[in-house]
Design a protein around this ligand. Structure first.
Ligand code: FAD
Length: 310
C-alpha cells in the first residue's frame, strides 16, 4: 500500500517545528528516524495531513552529560549506544546491552531514542529503562517547555502525556553511580522480533546490602512498567555470594523478586505467540536472571576498582 497524500515540511529550528505542529486543523506527525512512522503510513494505519521532518534541526542532535544526568537529543540514533563507553559508567553498559535487542543494524542506524518515547510501544526497551530509572521527557510546545517524568508519561499503547503540538526535544536519564551493577535480558521469538518480555535492572549495593534497585519490565503490560513491588522485596537485603547453578534456588531473593514482579507488577497482554500466563512466567524467570546479571556486573566493577585483574 502507499501512504495517503500529506504535506511535508522541513523546519530548521525547534520553534519552526512547533509552529508547524500547532498549525490549525492539522493532524501532524513528527518524522524522526521514520522506522515506525513510515511503516504505519504505508499501511495507512496513520494518515497524517502533515509530516514535520525534524532531521535538519541541529539543536536536536547530540548527547551530553549534564550534571548528574545524560541528555539525549531527539535526533540521537539507537546505534549511538552500541558502544558501552559512549556513555559513562553503568548507564553506558545498560544502554549498550539493551540496544542490541532493538531490531537490526539498519533500523538502529536511523531510529531514535526520542522516537521510541514518541511512539510509546509497550515492547520498547528504551521506554522501560526510562520508567525504571526515572527518566524525564523534555518537550517544547506553543506554551513553552515542559519536563515530563517518565513514570507519568506513558498512558497506554501509543498513548502518552505529550500534547500533539509538543515536540520531544530530549530524553534525560540519570547517570548511575559506581556502586551500581546493571543487567538486561530479553526473550523474543526471532532475532528481528520485538521482545515478548524483557527486563532491565540496576542494582546498587553498599556494604553488601542492597540500598537501591530499579527493575523495568518490557512488554509485560499495556505500557512500560517499573516493578516496584519486586524492588521492595530486595531493599535492605544482604546480597551474599551468588549461586553457581544456572537456575536460581526458589528461596533466593532474586527468584522471590521475580515471582513478585510476575504476580504484582506485571499485567501482561496476550499476543498471538505468547498468552498472558506465558508472559507472566517469563517475567518471573527473567527478573531473577537480570538481577543476577546486575550483581555479576557489580562484582566485576568492584573487582576492577580494587585492582583484581579478573
Ligand atoms: C522490523 C522492525 C523491528 C523493530 N524492533 C524494535 C524493537 O525490538 N524495539 C524497539 O524499541 N523498537 C523496534 N522498532 C521500532 C524502532 O525502534 C523505531 O525506530 C522507534 O520505534 C521509533 O523511532 P523513530 O525515530 O524511527 O521514530 P519515527 O518512526 O520517526 O516516529 C515514530 C512516532 O513517534 C513520534 N515522534 C518521533 N520523534 C518525535 C519527537 N521528537 N517528538 C514528538 N514525537 C515524535 C512520531 O510522530 C511518530 O508518531 C522496530 C521497527 C521495525 C520496522
Amino acid at each position: 500500500m502507499k501512504p495517503a497524500s500529506f504535506d511535508y515540511v522541513v523546519p530548521r529550528t525547534v520553534a519552526e517545528a512547533v509552529q508547524a505542529l500547532a498549525g490549525p486543523g492539522r493532524t501532524a506527525q513528527v518524522l524522526a528516524g521514520g522506522q515506525s512512522l513510515i511503516l504505519e503510513m504505508h499501511l495507512q494505519r496513520i494518515r497524517p495531513r502533515l509530516v514535520v521532518d525534524i532531521n535538519r534541526i541541529p539543536e536536536l542532535d547530540g548527547m551530553r552529560v549534564d550534571g548528574d544526568g545524560l541528555r539525549v537529543g531527539a535526533l540521537v540514533r539507537h546505534a549511538a549506544f552500541e558502544r558501552a563507553d559512549a556513555v559513562p559508567g553503568p548507564l553506558g553498559t545498560l544502554l549498550s546491552r539493551a540496544v542490541v535487542n532493538i531490531a537490526h543494524p539498519p533500523i538502529r542506524s536511523r531510529g531514535t531514542m526520542a522516537g521510541s518515547f514518541g511512539w510509546a510501544h509497550p515492547a520498547s526497551e528504551w521506554c522501560a529503562i526510562g520508567v525504571a530509572l526515572d527518566a524525564t521527557v523534555e518537550v517544547t510546545g506553543p506554551d513553552g517547555e515542559r519536563a515530563l517524568p517518565a513514570r507519568d508519561y506513558f498512558l497506554g499503547p501509543h498513548r502518552t502525556a505529550r500534547r500533539p503540538q509538543e515536540l520531544i526535544t530530549a530524553v534525560r536519564l540519570p547517570l548511575l553511580g559506581g556502586h551500581t551493577g546493571v543487567g538486561f535480558v530479553e526473550h523474543r521469538r526471532t532475532h528481528f522480533c520485538f521482545a515478548q518480555v524483557a527486563v532491565a535492572a540496576a542494582l546498587t549495593v553498599h556494604d553488601g546490602v542492597i540500598s537501591d534497585v530499579r527493575i523495568g519490565l518490557v512488554n509485560s503490560a499495556d505500557r512500560p512498567v517499573r516493578a516496584r513491588a519486586a524492588e521492595q522485596t530486595l531493599l535492605g537485603t544482604e546480597i551474599g555470594p551468588l549461586p553457581t547453578g544456572r537456575r536460581l534456588p526458589d528461596g533466593h531473593p532474586f527468584a522471590r523478586a521475580g515471582r513478585v514482579a510476575a504476580q504484582e507488577d506485571a499485567a501482561p497482554v496476550a499476543e498471538p505467540y505468547a498468552d498472558a500466563e506465558y508472559k507472566r512466567q517469563a517475567v518471573a524467570v527473567l527478573v531473577g536472571r537480570t538481577l543476577r546479571e546486575a550483581a555479576t556486573d557489580l562484582g566485576s566493577r568492584l573487582a576492577v576498582r580494587q585492582g583484581d585483574p579478573r
